[in-house]
Each structure stands twice: as C-alpha cells, then as structure tokens.
Design a protein around this ligand. Structure first.
Ligand code: ATP
Length: 525
C-alpha cells in the first residue's frame, strides 16, 4: 500500500517545475510504482478531482469547516497512523456519499480524522484536493499521456475514451484492468452528458469561409446558455454546460422536447435564453436564475420564460452520431424538430451574405454568429477550427481573485473586483473593475465572494479563484504595475459566468495573443 505522503511529495515536485515533459515523466514514474488498484485513486487525487464532473455528488465541505479542523489539529496528533492513498481516496468518497440527516456531523468527523493523521505537507495537499485547486500545473492532457505510458496503450485510445466518458477515473480503471479492449468498449451512454464541443474565435466571415473550404454554415450565436438534452423511453433529462443535471429547474424545456414525440433514444444540443416582454433576450443573469432553481420553479417558469433553439443531434436510436458530418446531423435534426425550435441558420460562400445575417442576429439582441464546417465531426470537449465564433466585441473570461469593500454608494458591498488569469502556475491580475453590475448583482457578488473568502487584508477580501466573469474592455495595455505585465483599459463586467468553471477561463497566454492582435490595426512605438 503506497503512502499518501509519497503522493504529497510528488505534488510538491510537480509544483516545482513548469516543464510539461518533466511533469509527465514524474507522474508516470510515480504511477509505475503503484499497485493496480491505486492508479485510479492516485490520478484523481493528483488532478484534485475525486469525483468526475458528471457526478451528482459533491464533497460539500466549506472553508470554515476546514479552518476549524486545522485549528484543532494540533491537539489530536498523539496517535497518528500513516495515511495511504486508499485511505484518503476512500474517505473522501465516503464524505461525498454522506447525505441526509446527520450527514454534516459525519462529514466533519471524517475530515477531522483525515487531518489528524496528516503531517503538514499532507494537510496542505489535502486542502488543495478538497477545494479542487491543486495549482501544480497538471492538466488532464498530461495525465492521459502519463497514463498511456504507464499502462502501455496508445495515447489516442486514452483520449478517445476520455472524450466518450468525460471520466478520467473510469478511463484509468479500464486501461489498467482491461487494456486496449477495455478502452475501446467505453462508449457514451444516455444520461451521462458529453463534454461540449467548443469554438475558436474568428475575425470575419471571410476568413471563416476561406478556412472552411469556400462554404460554411452560419448559425445565430444566441445570447443564452447551452444545454444538452438526453431522452429515452419518454424520459428527458437536461444538462448544463458544466454537465450538471438541471432537469428539475427546466420543466418547460422538457415539456417542449416531449412535444416533439421523438420515438427513439436521443441526445440533442441547443441554447436556451430568457425572454422579456418585448420578445427580446433578457440579461444572462436573469437566465441563470432559472438554472439550478429547485424552489418555486413553476412561478419562475412564468416569470422568466425561456426560448429553446436546438443546433445538434449527437445520439439517435442506438448509436452516437458524432462521427457523422455536421451536415448529416443537421438534416437528421431537421427531421426530428419543428422548424421554430431550430437555430436560425444559413449556408453560404458569400461573406456579404454572412455579414447581413450577423447584423440581423445582433439586431435581435444576440451575440453574433457561429460558423460550422459542413463536413466536421463532433469533437466533445475540444476547441478547434471546425467551429468558429464571430462576435463584434472581444471579451475575456477572467477569474475574480479578490475584491475591495466599496465606499459611498457602494458601501457594504464588495464592489471592486480584481481580475485574474492563469499563467500555468498562478493567477495574475490584469485589472480591476466595479463597472457593469446592477445593485442586485453587487449584492449577489458580495454574498458569494464572502462564501469563498480565503483571507482579508485592509479593505481587500481575497477569495478562492472560482468565480468567472466575462469582461469587455477598450484595450489591453502593457503594465509595469501588475506582475502579469498587462492591464485592461476600461474593463466592464458583461456577465457573471456561473455556467463556467475557473479551468475554462481565459489564460495569460490568451491575453498575450489578444495584445499582439491589437497591432494588426495599430502601430507600435
Ligand atoms: P462564450 O464564452 O463565447 O459563450 P464558450 O466558451 O461558452 O463561449 P465557445 O465554444 O467558445 O463556448 O462558444 C460557443 C458557445 O456559444 C456555446 O458554448 C453556446 O453556449 C453558445 N451558442 C449560442 N448559439 C450557438 C450555436 N448556434 N451553436 C453552438 N453554440 C452556440
């Protein structure tokens, strides 16, 4: 049985190097020393994600509990047992499984026992695992490479299996126990959401048409939230962009879907947005109030009605359609769904026609267009050039790392937000802003940020880097003031992106790229 101490030491070594190759070698070297049953738990602990994204369970242990446990720790270290990798993993799963009456007490008891057996380095790593913030620069890609090397199977097979299941633990288990055959047998299953395929940013329809071979499909990029709907034997379940089950909050969506009377099993994908009195989209924040809502759902359905527009079918009958070309999937979708519930779309080779279509989308209050290559397969979880997004305003998804207490009208609110981007090692601030939010949103931010507070210095509250906000800005400037080297000029929050995780926010690398892009239309000194 391998000790957790060794895994904690590995995490420290991984933290000490920024080189990808070195990290992969360190990980596979470590995995080689483990027993078969230890590989899956070790991998999940190292990436700081004991439960897959699609798992409904959560540890549900707050910062306050951990600080209390840490404070008491000094008094309870008389009889320490050596923690093994299994001890830690199994206990965390037990914490997640603990539900219902008395569960809070049970969770605290389990966590307390774990920490009382941990030495300081182990405790530090445990905290990072519990809050899913390893900060050791290891991503799923590296982990898959290391796993492929350890079990001696091709990396492509591991990547395919991960694409199908989105569950690295299951992939590791299959790879270890059944090798290539096991990996090949992993298929997507109904009611387990697939990761969404993502788009790259493009500058103009002209560029996209050229890149897509002279002709492409343009669809409205609705200003809403993405959903995936799975259906089987009359039952329909809805999953959010972050793959959580939101069926209970969206009964109006499931009833629309049922009205199509699709007789076969299916997975559909689309965008929902909220509409106001004049039939125009409501702000994203209002839409988000519908997601995750479990109380007074019926009333919310009336207050914030939704529109649904579907753009893909990923599964039909008894098989996945993701390897079919986009055009074939679209034809299938047209057969399944009444026209009014499809996204607005044109196929063209004329940039001018696309420009006109884009102007229409904007006029109707949407974000711009998506462009989809006609012969493209659906690639879950990947962001490539098969799909492009065209927007008129450049935005960045950044992570709130701290906030200042406001003064004057904003007294009592955390109102000036420090915006960070990940550079592979840490979050670096690229600006601050208090612009763009309504009073209600300020209140929400204040409450939310306090719930993820790490420490307070002067009038600044430092928080766990979890909350993503989408910002618009005039320009990216070089800054001697921030360690990131950049500062956003006139940044304003456009949306609070509770539908995105911090791991999906834009990076320092992306800021670099956007900075350089500005010089296409500007001179340099
Ligand atoms: P963004 O932050 O711009 O919403 P994203 O990171 O969520 O983007 P991208 O792949 O970059 O994802 O952009 C596509 C997003 O646009 C989708 O996730 C979806 O929510 C939304 N969307 C709106 N209309 C469409 C459409 N017709 N096809 C695909 N996605 C659409």
């Amino acid at each position: 049985m391998t000790l957790f101490k060794e895994l904690a030491a590995l995490c420290k070594s991984l933290e000490a190097t920024t080189k990808r190759k070195e990290k992969t070698t360190l990980i596979s070297g470590f995995l080689h020393t483990l027993g078969e049953s230890e590989i899956k738990p070790a991998i999940l602990l190292i990436i700081g994600s004991v439960l897959p994204e699609t798992d409904g369970r959560s540890l549900d242990v707050g910062w306050r509990t951990i600080s209390r446990v840490m404070d008491r720790k000094g008094q309870t270290t008389l009889f320490r047992r050596d923690l093994t990798i299994h001890d830690v993993y199994d206990t965390l799963i037990e914490v997640a499984d603990s539900e219902g009456r008395g569960s809070r007490k049970n969770k605290v008891m389990l966590i307390e026992r774990l920490f009382s057996d941990a030495d300081p380095v182990e405790a530090e790593i445990l905290v990072r695992i519990i809050f899913r913030e390893m900060r050791i620069g290891v991503n799923e890609g590296m982990m898959m490479e290391a796993l492929a090397e350890t079990v001696g199977v091709p990396g492509d097979l591991i990547r395919r299996a991960l694409m199908m299941t989105g569950d690295i633990g299951k992939v590791a288990e299959e790879a270890v126990l059944r090798g290539e055959d096991g990996l090949m047998s992993l298929e997507a299953t109904l009611f387990v959401p697939l990761k969404p395929m993502l788009a790259s940013t493009a500058k103009s329809p002209e560029e996209v048409i050229k890149d897509h071979g002279g002709k492409t499909a343009f669809e409205y990029k609705y200003d809403g939230a993405r959903i995936q709907i799975h259906g089987k034997d009359g039952e329909a379940r809805v999953f959010s962009r972050r793959l959580s089950d939101v069926t209970k909050s969206l009964p109006d969506v499931t009833s629309i879907i049922r009205s199509f009377g699709i007789q076969r099993d299916f997975i559909l994908e689309g965008e929902v947005f909220a509409i106001g009195g004049r039939g125009k989209p409501l702000p994203f924040q209002d839409l988000m109030r519908r997601f995750g809502r479990v109380k007074d759902v019926e009333e919310m359905v009336k207050r914030i009605p939704l529109r649904l527009h579907l753009f893909d079918v990923l599964y039909l009958g008894d098989g996945l359609l993701i390897d079919e070309p986009y055009e074939a999937r679209w034809s299938e979708l047209e057969r399944l769904v009444p026209h009014e519930f499809l996204v607005k779309r044109i196929v063209t080779s004329e940039p001018a026609e696309a420009e006109e279509f884009m102007a229409l989308a904007m006029k109707e209050g949407h974000e711009g267009l998506m462009a989809k290559r006609l012969d493209s397969k659906y690639r879950p979880g990947s962001r490539g050039k098969l799909w492009y997004k065209l927007k008129t305003t450049e935005t960045l998804d950044v992570v709130v790392v701290a906030a200042d207490w406001g003064s004057g009208r904003r007294r009592g609110w955390l109102s000036n937000y420090h915006l960070g981007v990940w550079d592979g090692d840490e979050y670096l601030v690229i600006g601050k802003t208090f612009k763009g939010l309504t009073d209600e949103e300020f209140r929400w931010m204040t409450e939310h940020l306090q719930s993820i507070r790490e420490r307070e210095t002067g009038y600044t509250v430092h928080v766990r880097p979890e909350l993503v906000v989408e910002v618009v800005f005039n320009e990216i400037q070089k800054s001697p003031h921030y360690k990131s080297g950049y500062a956003l000029r006139f940044a304003r929050i456009r949306r609070i992106r509770t539908d995105k995780g911090a791991d999906e926010a834009d990076t320092h690398q992306r800021v670099n790229e956007l900075y350089e892009k500005q010089f296409e239309h500007k001179d340099r000194l």
